[in-house]
Design a protein around this ligand. Structure first.
Ligand code: NDP
Length: 495
């Protein structure tokens, strides 16, 4: 097979050289230029300029004006209808968005189509369905009446205002949609910043949102590095920050938001997620489970597992089975539809992951498969399988955010729980067994915001998602997002 041809719309969009989308218009930014590099070739194919402080200010002011001018007071069903139209447009322009995403992130084209496009429109439609259902409640005041007067009370759920969204490079459209859809359906407006590595999918989305009927200023996009993100967070008209990224940056973002204006912040951070395989698991299911949990998008998935604890009696056969599967993976250009496994998304990340793999043998791990960079242009590294000889091996402790499954055997359930909880993170975990009652007894003792049984990396808009411990604060999806994007106002009436 060979690379698919890029659509003329993709080339045309890149040639237009957009850097930002403010108040319903694309524009050029005047800050420093950042090269946008194709991770499959290592070549720069475009650049994006950083928004300067005046442009970030203009974006927030546009969002503030749109919040007070139109969006907050628009009938919820009208807001929902616009989100549904945007979902339709995402599907109609799916191939264009998927190609833009693959060019910037190295995600295989099949994954870009299924996740960045398919999941984004699903999530939008899910949130559109909340229109008209975000409500307060009626309350019965509890104190006795003094002179025969009576009281009644109710709560209103009011949108918080302008939301600053900051998203990472791994799923630049889908994660942005999580934030945009939940903010918009609650009546908030948005200024969002993609990573400078992957700016174009989100910039293209902004134009589609206008076409869907979103009023000017309701969704704004500014590009840039951490400095741009910080200016956004600290702006006096930002009422809420919704951040997805690493634990270290998340700490800074949370502190900046608190320091700026006691601005509320949701932090969806990294993970060092564990999967535990009990002795009774079927080998084929276990091997398929490891492949699903560890290697999707070259392991650059916050929910992916990197720590695999397997009952000692089953370790060898499962490790052998995974190694056999890894040998079959077709590594290659992400624009080739037959590719299973593409490059890492950017050079700094490639260098970081390469370093983890190079030092693994000195840090308590034997590399059983992979571990090396490929001798070809771009940021390709082999899918990697390691077996640790101690629980504090670096590959069992630090988030690599790359294509690695690191195994360690356990002997009994108590040891398994200790190992699974041995992490500063707590985003996801999975248990693999045919004994559902054992699984359900273990689930409450696992320190993670999401626990899967016999599955991993499955995210559904109806099911809340977020971390505990160092993996963050707050939840997205389900009804949980309503807490984050609305204020509760209490109204009491005497009669
Ligand atoms: P980073 O934390 O490095 O960056 C995230 C975003 O924050 C980027 O847009 C980045 O811009 C921006 N940023 C960096 N510094 C600041 C700052 N001081 N103030 C404001 N914004 C700033 O994460 P990565 O992009 O490297 O993404 C990978 C991380 O994201 C992993 O740890 C992964 O686990 C986590 N993640 C968590 C998810 C979840 O739902 N819990 C989902 C997906 C990823 P720039 O890129 O220009 O530096």
């Amino acid at each position: 097979m060979s690379d698919i041809a890029l659509l003329p719309e993709v080339r045309a969009f890149l040639q237009q050289g957009h850097d930002c989308f403010i108040n319903g218009e694309y524009g050029r930014a005047s800050g420093p230029a950042h090269p946008v590099v194709n991770p499959a070739t290592g070549e720069t194919f475009a650049e994006v300029r950083e928004a300067d402080p005046a442009q970030t200010d203009a974006a927030v002011n546009a969002a503030h004006h749109a919040f007070h001018g139109t969006w907050r007071d628009m009938a919820p069903l009208q807001r929902g209808a616009i989100l549904n139209r945007l979902a339709d447009l995402i599907d109609q322009h799916g191939e264009e968005l998927a190609q833009l995403e693959t060019l910037c992130s190295g995600k295989t084209i099949q994954l870009s189509r299924a996740f960045e496009v398919g999941q984004s429109s699903h999530f939008l439609r899910y949130y559109a369905g909340w229109a008209g259902k975000i409500n307060g409640e009626t309350l019965t005041p509890s104190l006795p009446s003094m002179q025969g007067e009576r009281y009644t009370a109710f709560t209103l759920r009011e949108p918080v205002g302008v939301v600053a969204g900051i998203v990472p490079w791994n799923f630049s459209l889908m994660i942005a949609i999580w934030k945009i859809a939940s903010a918009l359906i609650c009546g908030c407006t948005v200024v969002i910043k993609p990573s400078e590595f992957t700016p174009f999918t989100l910039l293209r989305l902004a134009g589609l949102a206008k076409e869907a009927g979103l009023p000017d200023g309701v969704l704004n996009v500014v590009c840039g590095t951490g400095a741009c993100g910080q200016a956004l967070i600290e702006h006096e008209k930002i009422s809420k920050v919704s951040f997805t990224g690493s634990m270290n940056t998340g700490r800074k973002v949370g502190a900046q938001a608190m320091q700026a204006n006691l601005t509320r912040a949701t932090l969806e951070l990294g993970g060092k997620n564990a999967a535990g395989f009990l002795a009774d698991i079927d080998t084929q299911k276990a091997v398929a489970g490891v492949m699903e949990a560890a290697y999707l998008h070259q392991g650059q998935v916050c929910a992916a597992a990197e720590r695999f604890y397997v009952h000692r009696s089953r370790l060898d056969e499962i490790v052998d089975g995974v190694a056999a599967q890894l040998k079959q993976l077709k590594i290659g250009s992400p624009l080739d539809e037959s590719t299973d496994f593409g490059p890492l998304s950017n050079r700094p990340h490639f260098e970081k992951v390469s370093q983890y793999f190079a030092s693994a043998p000195d840090q308590g791990c034997e590399i059983v498969h992979g571990g090396r960079a490929l001798d070809r242009p771009g940021f390709f590294i082999e899918p990697t399988l390691a077996v640790a000889d101690r629980r504090d091996a670096t590959l069992l402790q630090e988030e690599v955010f790359g294509p690695v499954a690191c195994f360690l055997p356990f002997d009994d359930e108590e040891e398994l729980l200790t190992l699974m909880n041995d992490s500063p993170y707590g985003l996801t975990a999975s248990l693999w067994t045919n004994d559902l009652s054992r699984a359900l007894r273990l689930v409450p003792r696992i320190e993670a915001g999401t626990v899967w049984v016999n599955m991993h990396t499955f995210i559904d808009p109806a099911v809340p998602f977020g971390g505990i411990k160092g993996s963050g604060i707050g939840r997205e999806f389900g009804s949980a997002f309503i807490e984050d994007y609305t204020e509760l106002k209490s109204v009491t009436v005497r009669y």
